[in-house]
Design a protein around this ligand. Sequence first.
Ligand code: SF4
Ligand code: SF4
Length: 201
Amino acid sequence: MSSSCLCDQCSALCCRYFVLEIDTPQTRRQYDDIRWYLVHQNVFVFIEKRKWYLGVYSRCKHLQADNRCGIYETRPKICREYSTDNCDYHGGEYDWQVLFSSAEQLAAYAEEALAERALKRLKERRRQEREKARTPQLTLVKKPPRPAATRRRLPKLRPGLMLGPALAVGPNGNGNGHGNGQAHGNARRPASLRSLPVLPR
Ligand code: SF4
Ligand code: SF4
């Protein structure tokens, strides 16, 4: 009896591993973390279209002896969405650019990539220095401080002078009667009264 389903001819290749996208390593430490994945059994890492992936060969617990799914009705969404259009059996292997199946392969790749990255950074720094040397440098001239505003000094007014002639005189006027030019009582009058003109008799 011939089968119309491709899966019937396959040994369930897609149920024997899983793959996760991982961050692209940039530093020695990040490469070393990926090296750590690879020291474990059944692990592989690959780069496809500049993205990094971690793969683990691990048979699904629900794959039955006849290569059929044991939880077909309740299988995870990712299994439901998978189609034979471009699957492992039909479409062949992943389209990876680099595949690491051992920690040593990754370490060798990391050394090269880090050296290349360091060289790129050095070239960029030198380019920036050349650019800076070509650009005329603007020297900031500090504005001289403004001279402090000259404050007009007002003559110091003494109480005796503020009283006006009629109050500053001695016993004949409105002074304090001691002829010492000092006033009492009147000196505390408001300034508006103190400045009244003295009218001629
Ligand atoms: S989807 Fe493809 S790889 Fe998975 S079982 Fe079917 S034929 Fe095999
Ligand atoms: S749940 Fe079923 S379809 Fe999904 S991986 Fe397991 S056996 Fe395959």
